[in-house]
Write a protein that binds this ligand. Structure first.
Ligand code: RNT
Ligand code: ZN
Length: 415
């Protein structure tokens, strides 16, 4: 225990905060780590362009090209962020035997057996996402398609994924969050906004209609405002998503890159928690558009963390990260975002929420503003260092050396 930590502990104790408990609680915050930062959302089943109005820019060397490379990279990142994690997979990360192939509508649990083995060996649960993009049948609408053959194909994909999600939950003993996001939308003004949305409802009902154990699989629906090349219309808008999830009893998923720039997910969390028993988040960083930049320790990330903690409902909130940057070292990008989210959670846990709420309720707004601002220069960094030390993770920029070593010894060899 460092002298700096001891002083920090005393300072926070004076606010009624037990840093020892905070350190224990922070380690338990289960962050779902998206596998797709390692390979620019390419996956292993189709060798084409990333589609669906999302984009990974940059071509920094060292992208993971195989399951083994991606698993090695995930291990490296896990070693750089202390605390609990889940593994977040997309269906396009199915692992086939040599010569084997199954299209998206024919995926089976066995195609994910290697991931289960990987997760189990590390004590992690698995979250899952059907992949409704980067596929020959996804060059127009998917679950909202007017082409019955295409729509049915994607419904079968969604159903196959529910089965795989159930398999993950059974194998790991940890519930699986299965998130549905479709890119469906239009570049130009649609003639019919209602039709695609009505078909999306029908498709979702058909996917959920196969039945599944709701205590093991939490189906979430992620809404969006627009995508690249899909600027005028998004089938799965915020209102669509909210209406659907609340009427069907599934879980809303809010990605903070999926709203108009002045709309903040931090402000939406409490509203949704009053109506939905559970919510899910994709924490990311939007820069002008849904650009999925690496999470920084910025105001909105801290505010989202604050709302999670202040709500007192952390166990009802599934937290996943969602960003993909190919312009810098991907391992560092991944770990910087993970560590920043965890730092934001630490700062939130080192906040005297009860006394701040009392100030608000009693109208002591001057005092509240002053104390909120003073808290910003409290020594949370010393608690962070202690946390990392205890969990065996490097602090400060000492961990950059590890990234450089990995780049020299592993990534640079992937020519
Ligand atoms: C896209 C959504 C979605 C994807 C991932 C890859 O805008 O945010 O969550 O980023 O499924
Ligand atoms: Zn997302």
């Amino acid at each position: 225990m460092t002298k700096a930590y001891e002083l920090a502990r005393e300072k926070y104790a004076a606010l009624g905060i037990d840093t020892e408990k905070v350190i224990d609680d922070l380690a338990k915050v289960n962050v779902s780590m998206h596998c797709w930062q390692g390979d620019d959302v390419k996956g292993f089943d189709f060798d084409g362009e990333l589609s669906g109005g999302i984009q990974t820019t940059g071509n920094y060397p060292g992208r993971a090209r195989t399951p083994d490379e991606l698993m090695a990279d995930i291990d490296k990142v896990l070693s750089l962020d202390g605390g609990a994690h889940k593994l977040n997979l997309h269906a396009c990360y199915a692992i086939f035997e040599k010569g084997e192939f199954a299209d998206r509508d024919a995926l089976e649990p066995k195609h994910f057996a290697k991931w289960v083995e990987f997760a189990k060996a590390r004590g992690m649960g698995i979250d899952f996402n059907p992949t409704f993009f980067s596929h020959p049948k996804a060059d127009g609408l998917t679950l909202a398609s007017a082409n019955e053959e295409i729509r049915a194909f994607w419904v079968r994909h969604g159903q196959a994924c529910v089965r795989i999600a159930e398999y993950f939950a059974n194998e790991t003993g940890i519930p699986c969050v299965m998130n549905i996001w479709i890119p469906d939308g239009m570049k130009d003004i649609p003639a019919d906004r209602m039709g695609p949305r009505a078909r999306f409802v029908k498709s979702l009902d058909e996917i959920l209609g196969i039945g599944y154990d709701k205590s093991k699989v939490y189906v979430t629906l992620e809404s969006k405002v627009f995508g690249i090349g899909l600027e005028s219309y998004t089938v799965g808008s915020a209102e669509f998503g909210m209406g659907y999830v609340l009427s069907r009893g599934i879980v809303p998923l809010m990605d903070n890159g999926h709203y108009h720039p002045t709309e903040m997910v931090s402000d939406k969390i409490s509203s949704m928690l009053l109506f939905a028993p559970k919510i899910a988040l994709h924490v990311t960083r939007a820069v002008r558009w849904d650009s999925d930049h690496v999470i920084r320790l910025d105001d909105e990330t801290k505010e989202i963390a604050k709302e999670i903690v202040a709500s007192g409902r952390i166990d009802d909130i599934a937290i996943a990260l969602d960003y993909f940057d190919a312009s810098i070292n991907r391992i560092a990008a991944w770990a910087i975002g993970l560590r920043n989210f965890r730092k934001a959670m630490l700062i939130a846990m080192l906040t005297p929420h009860a006394s701040f709420k009392a100030m608000q309720d009693e109208g002591r707004m001057t005092e509240l503003l002053l104390k909120q601002e003073e808290l910003k220069s409290y020594p949370w960094g010393d608690v962070w260092e202690e946390y990392c030390d205890r969990l065996g993770v490097k602090t400060g920029d000492a961990w950059f050396d590890e990234v450089v070593d990995y780049e020299n010894n592993v990534l640079s060899k992937r020519a």
